[in-house]
Design a protein around this ligand. Structure first.
Ligand code: PHE
Ligand code: NA
Length: 500
């Protein structure tokens, strides 16, 4: 433990935590979620979810990582031998996410290059699905590897694994200290430019116009909690892993607030930029805004190229700024996801960081190739849907219930955090984690399952969904049950006996 790696500075840790939080979700998920769930009125449930679930869970994960100083499986093992499986489950979710997250970043890398001379042409959708991804006609038909995606994908992995190999302060911290400020500057330029476009005001009006009727709709609150969970990267051991590298004397509570508000600030900025641009496009095409609102892959790789096409000049530069922002936001998140399972493997098998990066990283690289096939897009869509709806929120729910009601409870953790933090948390912290958030998340899971039983996601064939579900469940059970059976190597056990 003496030679456990550490962050070089508080600023570096915050940049890394913000780097993990600020990702594709801020840019392409938040704007549409807010718009569809009440516009300006959405900020009420969103802020409520941030303050009662997002930041309290961030504090929880920072505290566990700082106190128990291990990867998720090791930290939970140190809390109780019976909790190790939770760590592996979370590590596994991170592993799955990274295999397709890397693929999306590789598209953004390609599109940064395509921006030069707006190579996507007049029909960006045909270009994306036909020329770039070469998507197969039928879902479920995997086809073969698409070389045009495989090459940038290998590039993304090479950079990621190199940064992780360099280590916590010389790799992860250094990269985030460059990428995050650069990302903010690039994105500010985009937003300011977008605001000056004709029609931007209509876009902002549509985005901020409050629809107060929606406030009473349970779905809106569920959407707010879902966005906060995904957006803050909580519930699957990422923030826990990063905080395990904090020096002994570190603030926890204030760092969590800074991370939470920085992420939301970037989300708001993205909402303004995206809707200003959408307002411009709607005006150009003479259609109402709600016809051009979209999110995810469609927004980034189809709608934005169309908007860039219609730009009054400097199109290429605007494209480069936009797609490079996606690359930067994505890379800093990807690195945090991969670090989570690299750390788990390293602790469990007592091997060097280099070996863990190679073993874990190459396995992830090979699996990610599945998403670089002709059928990769369908696969990505399904996996992403189930990860978001069941993986992340469910793991977070189980985490807070176990930590609040079983094992050692929240009191000791709160004491630990309060003793070293700039300011103390009060009874509200325990109330949110033990009662309020479990109730909301519990309802959310219940509602999700009900909806999925009623209707297949996106009308995909039942066989495909059942197959995907069975594979995922089998792997989860295998990993979460088998790995805890393996004893920790001497070093971890010895540390445990010292009563960390
Ligand atoms: N929080 C990131 C976002 O908002 C997404 C993410 C998911 C990051 C999983 C890390 C791990 O886009
Ligand atoms: Na985010």
């Amino acid at each position: 433990m003496e030679n456990r790696q550490q962050w070089g500075s508080r600023y570096g840790f915050i940049m890394a935590a913000v780097g993990s939080a600020v990702g594709l979700g801020n840019i392409w998920r938040f704007p549409a979620v807010a718009y569809e769930n009440g516009g300006g009125a959405f900020f009420l449930p969103y802020l409520f979810a941030l303050l009662t679930a997002g930041i309290p869970i961030l504090i929880l994960e920072f505290t566990i990582g700082h106190k128990y100083r291990g990867s998720a499986p090791l930290s939970f093992f140190r809390i109780s031998k019976k909790a190790e499986w939770l760590g592996w489950w979370q590590v596994l979710i991170s592993f799955v996410i990274c295999t397709y997250y890397a693929v999306i970043i590789s598209w953004a890398v390609k599109y940064t290059i395509y921006s030069v001379g707006t190579q996507w042409g007049a029909k960006p959708d045909k270009f994306l699905f036909g020329k770039v991804l070469k998507v197969s006609e039928t879902p479920g038909d995997i086809g073969s590897l698409v070389p045009g995606v495989v090459i940038p994908l290998l590039f993304v992995w090479a950079v990621t694994l190199f940064v992780l190999y360099r280590g916590v302060s010389r790799g992860i911290e250094k990269l985030n200290k460059i990428f995050i400020p650069t990302l903010v500057i690039m994105f500010l330029i985009i937003v300011i430019r977008a605001l000056s476009l004709d029609g931007a005001a209509d876009g902002l009006n549509a985005f901020f116009k409050p629809n107060w009727d929606k406030i009473l709709d349970g779905k809106v609150w569920v959407a707010a909690y879902g966005q906060i969970f995904f957006s803050l990267s909580i519930g699957f051991a990422i923030m826990l892993t990063y905080s395990s590298y904090l020096p002994k004397k570190s603030d926890i509570n204030n760092n969590a607030f800074i991370t939470g508000f920085a992420n939301s600030g970037f989300e708001l900025l993205a909402g303004i930029g995206v809707f200003a641009a959408l307002g411009f496009m709607a005006k150009q095409q003479g259609v109402p805004i709600d016809q051009v609102v979209s999110s995810g892959i469609g927004l980034a790789f189809v709608v934005f190229p169309s908007i860039i096409n219609e730009f009054p000049g400097w199109n290429g530069l605007f494209g480069i700024l936009f797609f490079l922002s996606l690359v930067f936001a994505g890379m800093t998140s990807l690195i945090s996801i991969v670090e989570t399972f690299v750390a788990g493997v390293q602790d469990k098998f007592n091997i060097s960081r280099t070996k863990a990066v190679l073993a874990g990283g190459l396995t992830a690289t090979v699996i990610s190739l599945l998403f670089a096939t002709n059928g990769g897009l369908y696969l990505l869509d399904i996996v992403d849907y189930f990860i978001n709806n069941f993986g992340v929120a469910l793991a977070g729910l189980v985490e807070i219930i176990l930590m609040a009601w079983f094992f050692k409870g929240l009191t000791g953790l709160q004491k630990h955090a309060n003793e070293i933090s700039d300011f103390r948390t009060g009874a509200w912290w325990k109330f949110c984690l033990a009662i309020l958030t479990p109730l909301v998340l519990g309802y959310m899971m219940f509602d999700n399952i009900r909806q999925n039983l009623a209707k297949n996601y996106e009308g995909y064939p039942t066989s495909l969904i059942v197959f995907a579900g069975v594979v995922v469940a089998a792997v989860v059970i295998l990993v979460a049950v088998l790995l805890p059976l393996k004893r920790w190597k001497a070093n971890a056990n010895a540390e445990d006996k010292k009563g960390v």
